[in-house]
Design a protein around this ligand. Sequence first.
Ligand code: AQP
Length: 343
Amino acid sequence: MTENNENTNVQKSAPDRKPVIFSGVQPSGNLTIGNYLGAIKGWTDLQHENDCIFCVVDMHAITVRQDPSELRRHTYELLALYLAAGIDPEKCILFVQSHVPGHAQLSWVLGCYTMFGELSRMTQFKDKSKKNADNINAGLFTYPVLMAADILLYMTDLVPVGQDQKQHIEIARTIAGRFNGVYGDVFKIPEGFIPKTGAKIMSLSDPEKKMSKSDSDFGSVRILDSRDDIIRKFKKAVTDSDTVVRYAQGKSGINNLMNIYSCFTGKSLEQIEHEFSGQGYGAFKLAVGETVADALAPLQSEYHRIVSDKQYLEGIMKSGADSAGRIAARTLRKVYKKIGFVV
Ligand code: AQP
């Protein structure tokens, strides 16, 4: 697992082949700054030196019950957010997962090379089962198999994700390795690519818990929240009874705010401690809120410009699905041949 966000010019594995990057986000709610810092922000750097494929993973989203009209709306909105964040559709393939049938097809095959015990150990399955106790469906259980299919279909070298997806990358590697062990060198074994900072942004209301887009309280700061809401959420952030801004054990709330501030300003933790020495938590929280709001403002205005142009978004979805579909079909044909299907 690569834990580095500095060297974006990844080692090439063949002389004329650029490294392939694949990643995606579920359209399962309004994106948080966790999704942004852990994933999307890093994608924009990677797109210059690599062949990047970024997906709106709607098939993953239905592992949790979604309102159909909301899911459709979130799918357009997420694509608009990718673009507003600076992902260039001329450089990257951008598409919607359900538009490329190869994902479901390969997922079925790979499911036959994945062990029940391996899936049972996935912490996301355990967490989401607790959160959705009335809907512990088979899709939630086999989610990592679909994710392995997403990645392996494109012979992906690197998968830029937040810390919470590390276990899913590991199982994708295990599945690919097992398949290759039986049939020869079919799949590229992918590497996870986890940013040095911002890989796990915690909830502002419960800093022991990851910030998630499906949580509804003030703990999740949304990329599209208004300036006032962002500042208000940071002002209310849960901290501790100490008053000194410093990074230390037992100060998970302050540590989280320092991480967020560091991601948006590029300042080190020492610089932040120095900047706020002698000031209380109140001044620090306000500064973090204002910094985040200022940093997101240009992205937000770009988003509002793009999201209203449905035709433009549909054009990108369509050409992205065509390009992704061609690569996926090639991989699937190879896999089908290897396992003995008549193609
Ligand atoms: N809190 C986080 N900090 C850093 N990175 C995060 N990611 C998610 N939460 C954080 C990264 O965002 C990308 C997209 O995630 P996803 O949509 O595939 O699903 P998730 O990991 O389950 O994200 P959420 O926000 O928690 O969604 P819901 O609430 O729908 O389950 C991934 O790269 C993830 O690591």
